[in-house]
Design a protein around this ligand. Structure first.
Ligand SMILES: NC(=O)c1ccc[n+]([C@@H]2O[C@H](COP(=O)([O-])OP(=O)(O)OC[C@H]3O[C@@H](n4cnc5c(N)ncnc54)[C@H](O)[C@@H]3O)[C@@H](O)[C@H]2O)c1
Length: 308
């Protein structure tokens, strides 16, 4: 298993993978000399305290050390600064994601690739193009994070355990995400029975801008929840859990959408995406998904021009 990028998100992901013993060996690779080595050593030195046997190994741009990985998480790239949108990162991050993907495929031809770098949907497109792999093997992490933010806000409002809240969000990773309160339940009870619509609307709005809220507070984007979300996807694949998560994947006709990378509910197992689940959306949900599709397509076009 490999994590590319030993920054905030990559190091957190490697830490969660080690702590939960999801792999025996986790290689962490970064372009900055010493960073991956140092953070990996720090995570390994935590093993005697937290009692795990997974070993983290840091390397500087050495893809030979990553050879034969089953799953690779790409977190390399610039994060947002205050005032930036995720889309502002496209030019720099597309070049990074392209070169990283090519190196991964060369050394781990069978790896399932999970993209985290932003703008997420379009970086998943870049990685998919550069990999030459089938769509179920190149997927993006955003939906688990967005859903987790939504679930956390609901748990605070209702003053109950986050474990009781089941929810799903769809669409692009950004302000055009598609909330689905119809599919949100609290221990099986529709959420709309427990919370007034004004409060629910406010929580949905806060979720849409949840990433920006943290950028404003910290001057850079989040890492604990994003790193943990990526690790949860790795776990579902490695353990063949067949869990249902919202994941970014190229749509090929599902939801009436072709050739666009969007978050949709899928079954995640040993083959990556085992199945895309198609929900029966109502007219307003369909309209929101269409807005999301239009936005992601525009950013995909920007990437196409950059790649010309
Ligand atoms: N999908 C999501 O939901 C989500 C959530 C949070 C952050 N992100 C994105 O994840 C990315 C990483 O965020 P972060 O906070 O960890 O940033 P960071 O700056 O802390 O870390 C990025 C790391 O990537 C490394 N890097 C750059 N080019 C590289 C290359 N060619 N090869 C290997 N490593 C390289 C840098 O040296 C740095 O250590 C950003 O693009 C951010 O926007 C996505």
């Amino acid at each position: 298993m490999t994590v590319v990028g030993a920054g905030n998100v990559g190091a957190t992901c490697a830490d969660v993978l080690a702590y939960k013993e999801i792999a025996n060996e986790i290689v962490v690779l970064d372009i900055k000399e010493g960073v991956a080595e140092g953070k990996s050593l720090d995570i390994w030195q935590k093993a005697p305290i937290n009692q795990y046997d997974s070993r983290t190994i840091g390397v500087t741009n050495d893809y030979v050390a990553t050879a034969g990985s089953e799953v690779v998480v790409i977190t390399s790239g610039l994060p947002r600064k205050p005032g930036m949108t995720r889309d502002d990162l496209i030019q720099t991050n597309a070049g990074i994601v392209k070169s990283v993907t090519e190196s991964i495929v060369q050394h781990s031809p069978d790896a399932i690739i999970i993209v985290v770098s932003n703008p997420l949907d379009v970086m998943t497109y870049q990685a998919h193009m550069s990999s030459g792999k089938s769509r179920n093997h190149v997927i993006g992490m955003a939906g688990i994070l967005d859903t987790a933010r939504y679930r956390a806000f609901l748990a605070s409002e209702l003053n109950i355990s986050t474990k009781e809240i089941q929810a799903i969000l769809m669409g692009g990773h950004g302000d055009t995400m598609v909330p689905l309160p119809r599919y949100t339940t609290v221990a099986g009870i529709p959420v709309t029975e427990l919370i007034d619509s004004d409060k629910l609307d406010a929580i949905i709005e806060r979720t849409k801008f949840g990433g920006g809220e943290l950028v404003k507070l910290m001057g850079t984007s989040a890492w604990y929840a994003p790193g943990s979300a990526a690790a949860q996807m790795v776990e579902a694949i490695v353990k063949d859990q067949r869990r249902v998560f919202p994941v970014c994947i190229k749509l090929e006709g599902e939801y009436g959408i072709d050739d666009c990378y969007l978050g949709v509910p899928v079954i995640l197992g040993k083959n990556g995406v085992e199945k895309v689940l198609e929900l029966h959306l109502n007219d307003s949900e369909k309209a929101m998904l269409e807005t999301s599709r239009t936005h992601v397509k525009e950013v995909m076009d920007v990437l196409n021009k950059l790649n010309e």
